[in-house]
Design a protein around this ligand. Sequence first.
Ligand SMILES: [Zn+2]
Ligand SMILES: [Zn+2]
Length: 157
Amino acid sequence: MWIASFLLSFLFMEFAAWALHKYVMHGVLWWLHEDHHRVRKGYVYQKNDFFAIVFAIPSFFFILFGNIGNIPPLEGSGYGIMAYGFIYFLFHEVVIHRRWKFMDLNSWYFKAIKEAHRHHHQVNTKEGATNFGMLLPPLKYFKKHFAPGPIRKTKNA
Ligand SMILES: [Zn+2]
Ligand SMILES: [Zn+2]
């Protein structure tokens, strides 16, 4: 149950992040998200980072109460949200936006999500953007970049 709820909540988070991004961040909370759409080099803090806390809160309480009440599915979900947040941070802030330089991944999968997210950033307004998800962009990006075989280490994404 723990593992199943962990995996389900991880998957659900991709959907939740997509919905939040599309309908809330590019909606009523655009004022918190807009600075992420005009990122400048060396600009370390963004109002947009507030959304990390939004997801950290349920994660914290799910783990806390799942643990105290001995409810494995609740605890597993809390860790699923936490794992998604961690992956999102690594992929979006580090691999894609290079806000920190410690990890550079360029397999076909990362080429696909980088390009999908680059297209999201081509529109720097509240309306009209595409590709609101992160780990599962539209299939066309995978079709374009998919290359079976060992992970190739190339510089240009
Ligand atoms: Zn956006
Ligand atoms: Zn971005």
